[in-house]
Design a protein around this ligand. Structure first.
Ligand code: ADP
Ligand code: MG
Length: 678
């Protein structure tokens, strides 16, 4: 009766039906797939194996009469002596006086509670019924809603298992079950609800972990394949010696990482399939030059290139540096919101006519009146700052142009193959030679005066400093007040010839850009700011980053902020002002002082915050799994991905009847349909 409504189960009335519905359970089959979210283990252990204060389950014979005493109002203490092996221990029950009649001398009991090794005493939390047997040592715990209890769910699930478990159809081809020694689907479902042992439960969980990850990866690979087949891109044909020449002309040698990534991109560009690639590389790892070469390739092939960045100041910086490297080679034009009127019309006209090879800009690039001429390559820098629609809008300005997304937030591999599974991913995982890592210190807030001295010292040595005040999520009012306070304090304590600037989210875009320009030109030496400076800004003369209340930031954000310094040849410093209360906060500060490697940090971040929080709410893109967890199950994820790639490569979904169920599942997923045509 797997497809029948839940109220066909005799004990389910209107009320229960409603409560089950809140849990997303409407059919008997849904009950079967409402898996426990955790298990309690009541494994009976001998006393010698117990640790002090551990929650443990013991079994023994009652060798005394129970002793019940009352204290206070309604409070009680019930004690009894129990012989466990050769040791007599005391069992204490608080406020469970009703158990007195069940504690009968000579009977064997099973108890779970906190073990006190010194007093040989157990404070009982759970008194197990007499019939306690091996199977009950693992108890599933379910998510519930309303006043539905775990016990009721257990009973309903039990009914569903009896009536319908054999109707569950296998999804996976035999070869996976054999190769990975996985139980079949009905077996595994039964085992998840009614575990017979730790080992069999583990295998049942393994099966669903694999199934979930495999199906997910199949969907990703399937989308990827469809994109490839459907979308004839704009293949680039060009004189490769020009690229070699260009690289030779650079003032530095590309790192091995840059070379590898560049080759990956070049082979995409030459292919008829549209490129859809994510380029990851830590702050300062040299993504821009790779992007520049790709754009050059597009231009050499008679196509236009576009580079979109999140802020005007970044756009200007990119324009400047690209004009420098392509001086006399390419026509480069800037397009931002503050370019208006006649100037703007002229630029738009030149872009439309194809007089411009390369357009650098902000959101202005995706406005309706921006028309490109054979747009063949689109690059989006700091891609996480743009919404899906904005990225798509830029792509739609061309005819299936190649697309490269860049991000300076290193994403742990497990996350990137999950969230970006339908893209190709390239990683620059090495810094240019000769970079000095930013020296990072964690100091308590009562050291603020020494920090002031340090700011003065750096500025007097000709450098500049960023002072970051935290973002208090509940209130940007307070936030800004915070920044204003620090700003005023610094104006007070710093010598008069040091110019202090203030920047926060309430300023208009123009005002922000003005402040940034003044800082970039060293008219301001100390910039007090909220986290708005986080992204991509390049002021190589800034060597000091001071972060107030650093414990309030996540690792990824701290790392981004720190990346604003250490961009020139001088030694840079990052000072974390923090008095973290909890261990996580301390751990974060410690990790920051110990490593400057973005990938190491992001792995830590993932461990500390979990996958859901990693990207923040805005752009999670992560699927929800019932059993699998991409952090803990990263090995399974790799295996599932490899298998999924193979299935698509051999076209098994269409060729092999054992994959028919999977094919049906994938093709009927509405989200998949959306993504194919996005
Ligand atoms: P990001 O990856 O953060 O965008 P950039 O592309 O801005 O980093 O590069 C940071 C700086 O490093 C730039 O000034 C750039 O010219 C320089 N750079 C890039 N590649 C190399 C290299 N291979 N060797 C030395 N310097 C490099
Ligand atoms: Mg950059």
């Amino acid at each position: 009766m797997i497809k029948e409504p839940v109220d066909h189960i005799p004990s389910v009335g209107e009320k229960t039906k409603e409560q089950l519905e809140m849990l997303g359970i409407t059919k008997v089959g849904d009950l079967l797939f409402h898996f426990p979210f955790r298990y309690d283990f009541f494994e009976v252990k001998p006393l010698t194996e117990l640790n002090h204060e551990e929650i443990a389950t013991i079994q023994g014979e009652i060798v005394s009469e129970p002793n019940l005493s009352f204290f206070g109002r309604k409070k009680s203490r019930l004690t009894v002596t129990i012989q466990v092996g050769v040791v007599a221990i005391k069992a204490v029950f608080f406020n469970q006086s009703f158990l007195k009649d069940q504690l009968i001398r000579g009977e064997t009991v099973t108890l779970t509670g906190k073990w006190d090794m010194h007093r040989l005493q157990i404070t009982v939390q759970k008194f197990h019924p007499k019939s306690f047997s091996e199977e009950q040592t693992i108890q599933p715990v379910y998510h519930t809603k309303g006043n539905l209890t775990t016990n009721q769910i257990k009973k309903l699930v039990s009914y569903a298992l009896k009536s319908s478990v054999d109707e569950i159809e296998e999804m996976l081809a035999d070869k996976y079950l054999t190769e990975y020694k996985l139980p079949n689907r009905p077996q595994a479902v039964r085992e998840l609800h009614q575990p017979t042992s730790k080992t069999t439960l583990k295998h049942a969980r393994r099966r669903f972990i694999f199934e979930e990850l495999f199906i997910f990866q199949l969907k990703m690979q399937w989308i990827k394949e469809h994109h490839k087949k459907q979308t004839q891109g704009m293949p680039k044909t060009f004189d490769e010696s020009k690229i070699d020449e260009f690289i030779k002309g650079l003032s530095f040698e590309l790192t091995d990482s840059q070379n590898r990534v560049l080759n990956e991109i070049l082979s995409d560009l030459k292919s008829v399939n549209r490129m859809n690639r994510l380029l990851q590389g830590d702050v300062g790892s040299g993504k821009t030059v790779v992007a520049a070469i790709a754009l050059y390739v597009a231009c050499l092939s008679g196509q236009q290139g576009a580079l979109m960045v999140p802020t005007e100041i970044l756009a200007e910086q990119h324009e400047e540096s690209l004009k420098e490297i392509f001086d006399g080679i390419l026509n480069i034009e800037l397009l931002t919101g503050s370019i208006k009127g006649k100037k703007r019309e002229e630029r738009l006209e030149r872009i439309k006519k194809g007089d411009v090879d390369l357009v650098v800009g902000t959101h202005a690039l995706i406005q309706d009146d921006t028309v490109f001429n054979r747009l063949g390559l689109v690059i989006v820098d700091e891609q996480h700052r743009f919404g899906v629609n904005q990225r798509k809008a830029l792509r739609d300005k061309g005819l299936n142009p190649d697309v490269l997304f860049m991000t300076a937030t290193p994403i742990p591999r497990t996350l990137s193959i999950t969230a970006f599974g339908d893209m190709d991913v390239s990683v620059i995982d090495e810094m240019p030679k000769g970079r000095q890592p930013v020296e990072t210190y964690w100091v308590k807030e009562n050291m603020i005066e020494r920090v002031h001295q340090f700011i003065i010292k750096e500025v007097q040595a000709g450098h500049q400093a960023y002072i970051i005040c935290p973002l208090i999520e509940e209130s940007d009012e307070l936030d800004i007040q915070n920044a204003v306070d620090v700003y005023e304090e610094l104006q007070d304590v710093l010598p008069n010839d040091i110019q202090v600037g203030l920047m926060h989210g309430r300023l208009s875009t123009d005002e922000k850009d003005d402040v940034m320009r003044e800082f970039a030109s060293n008219d301001i030496q100390v910039l007090v700011s909220t986290t708005v400076v986080e992204v991509g800004v390049n002021v190589p003369n800034a060597t000091l980053m001071v972060i107030y209340d650093a414990e309030r930031f996540g690792l990824a954000q701290l790392h981004q902020l720190r990346g604003r310094v250490g961009r020139g040849s001088d030694q840079s410093y990052c000072i974390l002002l923090a008095d973290p209360k909890g261990d996580t906060g301390k751990e974060r500060m410690r990790v920051m002082t110990e490593t400057t490697d973005g990938f190491t940090l992001s792995e830590h971040d993932l461990q500390i915050r979990g996958p859901g929080d990693f990207f923040g709410k805005k752009q999670s893109g992560l699927p929800e799994f019932k059993v699998a967890n991409i952090v803990d199950d990263y090995r399974a994820l790799e295996v599932a991905r490899r298998d999924a790639v193979e299935v698509i490569k051999q076209d098994l979904l269409n060729q092999d009847s054992e994959y028919a169920k999977l094919k049906e599942l994938i093709e009927s997923d509405p989200k998949i349909q959306d993504r194919i045509f996005d």
